[in-house]
Design a protein around this ligand. Structure first.
Ligand SMILES: [Zn+2]
Length: 258
């Protein structure tokens, strides 16, 4: 029994990373373009957006660009017109106002970039992630400018929880304090796990390699193993958020997985 009708993968841009940013201790000298994914789920009850991409307004404003990227010696992400979230939603026939719920895997800047478009929606996040993100002195990959908006309506969760039949949230802490993933049951494709940033590449899951960045290494490794176990148990597919090989061979919006 599932309430999910179909799912679209939204390619929201690219980050230029060292490979070791994805695979701890592997490939410090290798640089690659890491895709940034978000997902739209069409349910019998409406639309659920999973993550929101990166804030391209920062990239177009020289002062903000310096404050958030170049001044920190960070390479700015690449967001072309085809990567912008709202036009992709429009191509799918969906207005931002149609989206009643947003699920955040976590609150790193490549997942919160378009939250300001969804101030009418419920924003589902783990309580401990929200707590960390709103505490002074958090790490720089959390961009307050994206989520420090008084009108945002937060729905805070603790541990595993169910959004609707066929949409199961999994607490997968470790990459960040309150990371969560989503097990989605599609009517034809069957079960898929939206892994978020539990780890970036297929290599991480195949060889149990830590992500480059983790708030807790032990939890991060346990979460990789948990995803692997769920994939085995359910015969599920892994939808990798940042793996170029996966994303470049996937069906992207405006196509759907049903
Ligand atoms: Zn992340």
């Amino acid at each position: 029994m599932t309430t999910v009708r179909r799912l679209a993968i939204l390619l929201c841009g690219y980050e230029i990373l060292r490979k070791s940013d994805s695979t701890r201790g592997r490939g410090e000298r290798f640089v690659f373009a890491s895709p940034i994914s978000a997902y739209l789920l069409e349910l019998t009850s409406g639309y659920l957006l999973v993550d929101t991409g990166v804030n391209s307004a920062i990239l177009r404003d020289p002062a903000l660009l310096a404050a958030y990227y170049t001044g920190r010696n960070w390479t700015p992400p690449i967001v072309q017109l085809a990567h912008e979230l709202l036009p992709q939603l429009a191509q799918l026939g969906v207005n931002p106002q149609d989206i009643t719920d947003v699920f955040l895997t976590h609150m790193h800047m490549d997942h919160t970039g378009n939250l300001r478009q969804f101030q009418h929606a419920s924003i589902h996040v783990q309580r401990r992630e929200h707590e960390y993100a709103t505490t002074a002195g958090h790490a720089p990959a959390w961009f307050d400018i994206d989520y420090d908006l008084p009108a945002l309506r937060w729905a805070l969760h603790d541990g595993d929880w169910t959004f609707a039949p066929g949409v199961q949230a999994l607490a997968t802490y470790g990459h960040t304090p309150g990371h969560q993933s989503l097990l989605v049951t599609l009517p034809e494709t069957g079960p898929v796990v939206l892994v978020g940033d539990v780890a970036d590449l297929a290599e991480n899951f195949a060889e149990q390699v830590l992500p480059g960045d983790a708030s807790d290494d032990q939890q991060a490794l346990a979460s990789i193993r948990r995803i692997n176990q769920i994939v085995d148990e359910h015969g599920a597919a892994r939808f990798l958020c940042h793996d170029p090989a996966f994303v470049h061979s996937a069906r992207l919006a405006p196509e759907w997985y049903s």
